[in-house]
Design a protein around this ligand. Structure first.
Ligand code: C2E
Ligand code: MG
Ligand code: MG
Length: 729
C-alpha cells in the first residue's frame, strides 16, 4: 500500500511538473488534474478545480456537446482524439487550446478519460497575426504598380505580378531563376552587383536608373530601388523594386521636345515679327530718304549739293523783290572754269568731279550766309549776292579768284584751275534772273576773251557785241563735250571717169535749242576763241577714222579732204598732229588732203611755205579752197607745193550765163594746169555747169549735182550705188 502511495505521489509530481495540463475526467467531473491544468483554466491550485464539471471548461454547452460528439466517436474506438478548440477559463475568458483525449478503458466509458490540454492561445494569436501580415504583404505585392522581387543569392525567391509583367514573364516563371536574366550582359550584371554592395552593407538603399533586359531580349529602362533585407546578414537576401520609366522617359522627352518646339516656334514668330517690323521701318525710312532725295534732286545739284537753277530762281525772285522794295542792288556772278574740259579729258571725270566738289566748298566759304552759290551743270556756277553793289561784287569776285588759286589736291594730282567771272547788277543790267544771267554770261565770256582768270562787269559795249555771237560763243564752248558735232561728207567726182575720187568732210553742229548752226557762222567764232584747235583736231581724227572704216568695209581708197582753219595752220604742232592722226587710223598720208583758204596761205607766206613743206614731206596733200576770192601771188602758188586748186563756187554758180565767170574759171583752169596743179570746181549744181567745166579741162567737180554733204553711212551707200551704175553702163 505504501508502495502504491509512493507510486501515486511520484505520478502526481510528474503530472504537476509536466508543461501541459493533464486531467482525469469521469462522469463529466474533473476527478484529478495537475497544477498546470488548474493554471490553464485560471484556478490557483488543483484543489479548487477538482469536482468542477467539465462543462464549465467550455465556452458554452453547444461547444461542449459538439466536442463530446466528435471526440467520443474516436475515443470509443480506442484511439486518441486531438483537436484545437476554444475553451473557457474560470473568469470566462476564452482561449485556444490543443486537447488530446483518451479513454482509460475504451470498452467502458464509465472508467473515465484522460485529457491533455495545451494553452496555445498565444501561439494562435501569433499565427493569426502572421497570417494577416502575410495576407497584407501579398495584397501589397499583387496590387503594387511597381515590380517587387525578393532575391537571395541573386536568385528570385518571390516576386509580384507587376515585376513579371514588366519583364514579360508568365506568372511564377521567375521564381528561383537568377537575376542575371534581367541584365543585358554579364558585365552589366556584375557591375550591378558591385554597385549595390556598398549601400547594402551600410543598410542603405541602392537607387538609380538601369537599362535592363526583358524576356524577349529587348531593353527596358527602369528606375531601381534595392535594399538588403538585413544589412548585417546579406545572406538573407534583398528586396528589389523596379519601375518601368520608358513611358515616363518618353513622356518627359516628348514634353521637352514639345517645349523646345514651342520655344522655337515662339522664337521664329518673334523673329518674323521683328523682321517684319524692321522691314516696315526700313521701307518707311527708305521712303523718307527717297522723298528727301527727290526733294534734294529737285532743288539741289547732285554732285556738289549746291542749289540748282530751280532753287536759284526762287531765291533770285525773292532777292529781287526785296531789293525792289528797299531800293537795293543785287549782284549776279557767273563763274566758269578755264579749260576745265582738259582735266576731264586727261584725268577722267572722277577727278573733274572732285575738283568741282572742292571748288563748290571754296566758293561757299568765300561768300556770306545770305548769298547763294548754285551750280548750273558742268563747270558753271552762278552766285546770287543780295544787297550788293558794284564794289561789293568786285570784292567778292576777287575773293572767288583767290579761293580758286590754291592748287586742288586730287589723289596724286596737284591741279590748278582758273575761273573767268562775269558780273551783272540789278537793276542796271536786268530785272530778272534770265536777263541778268545772260548779261553775266556775256561778261564772263569777255573775261575769257581778255585772257581768262579774271572778272568783268557787264557793259554797254558788250550789249553792242552781237547777242547771237555771244550766245553761239558760249554754246560752242560746251558743244564738244556734249557731242553736238557731226561730220558730213560730200563726194568729189573725177571728170575723166565720172566716179568718186574723194570726199570733203564738212562739220555740222546741232544745238538742242539753237538748232543746226552753219559752219560758216560758227567756225569764225570758234577761231576767235581758240576753240577751233580742239574742234579741228576732232574733225581730223573723225574724218580719217571714217575713211579707214570705209576702206575696211571694201571701198576703193579715195582722198579725204579736210578744211583747215588759219588758227590750226599756224599752230606749231600741226604737222606732227596730222602724222599722228594718220598713224592712228593707219592711213597712207596721200589719202589726206588739207584745204586751206587763200588768205591763210598769203598772210604770212614764208611761214606758210615752211609748214606746207613740212606737210608735203610727210606725204600729205594740200589744196587752196575758195580759190579766186582772194589775192594769190602766182609765184607763191608754185612754192606752196599745193596739189589742187578749188575753184570757188561763186564763179561756178553763173558759169553758164556770166561771161566774166566763164573767163575767170577758164583762166584758173589753164593757169593751174600750166603749174601742174589739179582743179576742182565746187558748187556744181547743173549739167550745164558740169559740161562747161569738162570742156575747159577741169579735173574734178563737187556739188549738189552729185550729192549734198551726207553722213558717213549714206556716203558709203552713195559710192556703192555709183559703182553699180558704172558697172551696168
Ligand atoms: P567750203 O570748204 O568751201 O565748203 C563748201 C561749202 O559749199 C559747204 O558749205 C558745202 O555744203 C557747200 N556746197 C557744196 N556743194 C554745194 C552746191 O552744189 N551748192 C551750194 N550752194 N553749196 C554747196 P558748208 O558745209 O556750209 O561749209 C561752209 C564752210 O565752212 C566751208 O566752206 C568751210 O570753209 C567751213 N568749214 C566746213 N567744215 C569745216 C571744218 O571742218 N573746218 C574748218 N576749218 N572749216 C570748215
Ligand atoms: Mg572746203
Ligand atoms: Mg569752198
Amino acid at each position: 500500500m505504501e508502495q502504491l502511495r509512493l507510486a501515486l505521489r511520484e505520478q502526481q509530481v510528474v503530472l504537476d511538473n509536466a508543461g501541459l495540463g493533464i486531467a482525469f475526467i469521469r462522469h463529466r467531473v474533473v476527478i484529478r488534474c495537475n497544477q498546470r491544468f488548474a493554471e490553464i483554466y485560471g484556478y490557483p491550485g488543483t484543489a479548487e478545480i477538482l469536482g468542477a464539471t467539465s462543462l464549465s471548461l467550455y465556452p458554452d454547452a453547444e461547444s461542449f456537446h459538439a466536442l463530446g460528439e466528435a471526440a467520443y466517436k474516436i475515443l470509443a474506438t480506442g484511439l486518441t482524439y486531438k483537436s484545437e478548440i476554444l475553451m473557457k477559463r474560470r473568469d470566462g475568458q476564452l482561449f485556444w487550446s490543443h486537447v488530446t483525449g483518451k479513454l482509460v478503458n475504451p470498452s467502458n466509458t464509465d472508467e473515465g478519460s484522460i485529457w491533455i490540454v495545451d494553452d496555445i492561445d498565444e501561439q494562435k494569436a501569433a499565427q493569426a497575426q502572421l497570417h494577416s501580415a502575410l495576407n497584407e504583404q501579398s495584397l501589397i505585392l499583387d496590387n503594387a504598380m511597381v515590380g517587387i522581387a525578393f532575391l537571395r543569392d541573386r536568385k528570385v525567391t518571390l516576386c509580384n505580378r507587376a515585376f513579371e509583367m514588366q519583364f514579360g514573364y508568365a506568372p511564377g516563371e521567375l521564381r528561383g531563376s537568377s537575376s542575371r536574366q534581367w541584365y543585358l550582359s554579364e558585365e552589366d550584371w556584375l557591375e550591378a552587383g558591385r554597385r549595390c554592395y556598398a549601400p547594402f552593407a551600410a543598410g542603405q538603399a541602392f537607387q538609380g536608373e538601369m537599362l535592363l533586359c526583358k524576356k524577349d531580349g529587348s531593353a527596358i529602362e527602369c528606375e531601381v530601388r534595392a535594399k538588403a533585407i538585413d544589412a548585417a546578414d546579406p545572406a538573407k537576401g534583398s528586396i528589389w523594386i523596379t519601375m518601368d520609366i520608358m513611358a515616363r522617359k518618353k513622356a518627359q522627352n516628348e514634353l521637352l521636345q514639345a517645349r523646345a518646339d514651342l520655344e522655337r516656334l515662339v522664337q521664329l514668330r518673334t523673329q518674323e515679327l521683328r523682321q517684319t517690323v524692321a522691314a516696315l521701318q526700313a521701307t518707311a525710312q527708305e521712303q523718307k530718304k527717297a522723298e528727301a532725295h527727290i526733294q534734294r534732286l529737285a532743288h539741289f545739284d547732285a554732285l556738289t549739293g549746291l542749289p540748282n537753277r530751280i532753287l536759284l530762281n526762287d531765291r533770285c525772285q525773292q532777292a529781287l523783290s526785296v531789293a525792289q522794295r528797299g531800293k537795293q542792288t543785287v549782284a549776279l556772278i557767273f563763274l566758269d572754269l578755264d579749260h576745265f574740259k582738259n582735266i576731264n579729258d586727261s584725268l577722267g571725270h572722277r577727278v573733274g568731279d572732285e575738283v568741282l566738289i572742292e571748288l563748290a566748298a571754296r566758293l561757299k566759304a568765300a561768300v556770306r550766309e545770305q548769298d547763294t552759290v548754285s551750280r548750273l551743270g558742268g563747270d558753271e556756277f552762278i552766285l546770287l549776292l543780295p544787297d550788293t553793289d558794284a564794289s561789293g561784287a568786285a570784292h567778292v569776285a576777287e575773293g572767288l579768284l583767290k579761293a580758286a588759286l590754291m592748287p586742288f589736291q586730287i589723289d596724286q594730282h596737284e591741279l590748278t584751275v582758273t575761273p573767268s567771272i562775269g558780273i551783272a547788277l540789278y537793276p542796271k543790267d536786268g530785272a530778272d534772273l534770265d536777263t541778268l544771267s545772260k548779261c553775266a554770261d556775256a561778261a564772263m565770256y569777255c573775261a575769257k576773251e581778255d585772257g581768262r582768270n579774271g572778272y568783268r562787269f557787264f557793259t554797254a559795249e558788250m550789249q553792242a557785241y552781237s547777242n547771237r555771237t555771244l550766245i553761239l560763243g558760249n554754246a560752242l564752248r560746251r558743244a564738244m563735250e556734249r557731242n553736238q558735232f557731226e561730220l558730213h561728207y560730200q563726194p568729189q567726182i573725177s571728170m575723166e571717169t565720172g566716179s568718186t575720187v574723194g570726199a570733203e568732210a564738212l562739220l555740222r553742229w546741232h544745238h538742242p535749242e539753237l538748232g543746226a548752226v552753219s559752219p560758216a557762222e560758227f567756225i569764225p567764232i570758234a577761231e576767235s576763241s581758240g576753240l577751233i584747235l580742239s574742234i579741228g583736231e576732232w574733225v581730223l581724227r573723225t574724218a580719217t577714222t571714217q575713211l579707214a572704216t570705209w576702206i575696211q568695209n571694201g571701198m576703193t581708197p579715195i582722198t579725204m579732204a579736210v578744211n583747215l582753219s588759219a588758227v590750226q595752220f599756224r599752230h606749231a604742232n600741226l604737222p606732227l598732229l596730222v602724222t599722228n592722226i594718220l598713224n592712228e587710223a593707219a592711213l597712207p598720208p596721200h589719202l589726206l588732203e588739207l584745204e586751206l583758204t587763200e588768205g591763210v596761205a598769203m598772210t604770212h607766206p614764208l611761214e606758210a611755205i615752211a609748214v606746207m613743206h613740212d606737210l608735203r614731206q610727210r606725204g600729205v596733200r594740200m589744196s587752196i579752197d575758195d580759190f579766186g576770192t582772194g589775192y594769190s601771188s602766182l609765184s607763191y602758188l608754185k612754192r606752196f607745193q599745193v596739189y589742187k586748186l578749188k575753184i570757188d563756187q561763186s564763179f561756178v554758180r553763173d558759169i553758164t550765163v556770166d561771161p566774166d565767170d566763164k573767163a575767170i574759171v577758164g583762166a584758173i583752169i589753164s593757169m593751174a594746169s600750166s603749174l601742174g596743179l589739179k582743179t576742182i570746181a565746187e558748187g556744181v549744181e547743173t549739167e550745164g555747169q558740169l559740161e562747161f567745166l569738162r570742156a575747159r579741162g577741169c579735173t574734178e567737180a563737187q556739188g549738189y549735182y552729185f550729192s549734198r554733204p551726207v553722213p558717213g553711212a549714206e556716203f558709203e551707200h552713195y559710192v556703192r550705188g555709183e559703182r553699180l551704175r558704172v558697172a551696168l553702163g
